[in-house]
Design a protein around this ligand. Sequence first.
Ligand code: ADP
Length: 300
Amino acid sequence: MVELRELDDATMGQSFAGDVYNSAVYMKRCFPKITVSMITAIGRDRLSEKMLTRFKSEDLETQFVFQHPSKVPGMYFIETDSAGERRFTYWRNDSAAKKVVQFLNDDVVEQLTAADMFFFSGIPLAIIDEDSRDAFWQKLERLKLAGVKLVFDPNYRAQLWAGKDEAIAQFDRAFQLSDIAMPGVEDLNVLYGISSAEEAIDFCQQYKLEEVVVKDGPKSVVTLTGTERHSHQITPVNNVVDTTSAGDAFNGVYLGARLSGKNVFEAVQLGAKAAGTVIQHPGAIAPLAAFKQAMSEAGL
Ligand code: ADP
C-alpha cells in the first residue's frame, strides 16, 4: 500500500508498506541468498511504478507483481497523536490488490509450485474479492499438494471483515491448510477470547500444523514443533517509537532463518532482534544501515 504520514502542517511524507511486503523486505535484508518474490496486483499509474521500483530496490522478485489496467494501489494515512497513539485512515476498497487472484492463472500457479514456502496473512485474505475466495483456496491446495509449505499469520483487522463470523470461517480454512501458523495473541483474543500464548498454542493444536509460533509482544514467544513446546524470553525494548510491523519483521526474519537451516531457538532470537530494532524507528520499514547493524550484532 501507499503510506502517507504528516511531516508538518503542509507536507506529507510518502512511502510503501503492507504486512506481507514488510516481512518480505526483512527476510531479504537478513537472508540475501533466499529468492523472495512479492505476489500482488498494482496499477499502471505513477505511484504503482514507484512501488514496483521500490520492490526491486529491496531486491524482491517482481515477476508476480501484476499491473491491473484500471485499478490503483490502496493507500493509508497514519497519524500519531501526542500520546503516541496511532490512527489509520484507509482508502483501499477499490484497490488493485483486491483483484490479485484473477492474475493467478494455471501457468502462474505452476511456477509458484517451485517455491519452498508461500506466506499469506489475514489481510490479503480479507481484501481479495469475496467471489474469488474459493479460487484462492483451490490454488493454495495445489501449492500444498506440490510440497510448498504454507505459512499463515491471521493479522486480524476488524474493519476489513463484514463480521467476526466471516473472519473465523476463513481463518479456520487457513489454519486447516497451513503447515506453519504465526499468530499474535492479541489477534486471537478478539476473535476467540484467547488471552495467553499457552492458550493460543492449545487452540492451534486442533489443526495439523507442523510448527506454531505465537507472538505475545514483549512478554514471550511460544513455539510448538511436533509435540515440543517452548517459551522463549524476549528482551523488552525501552525506547519504543512505533510498533508498526513488529510482527511482520519477526515473521520475515524467523522464516528466513528457518529456511536457512537455523533451529527454532535461533530463529526466534533473530526474529525478536529484528522486531525489537524495527520498533525503535518510525514507520514500517526501518532504515537499512541501522537495521543491518543491529542484525550483525545478533550474529548475522
Ligand atoms: P504483532 O505486531 O503481530 O501484534 P507483537 O506485538 O506480538 O506482534 O510483536 C511481534 C514481536 O515484536 C514480538 O514477538 C517481539 O519479538 C517484538 N516486540 C514487540 N513489542 C516489543 C517490545 N516492547 N520490546 C521488545 N520486543 C518487542
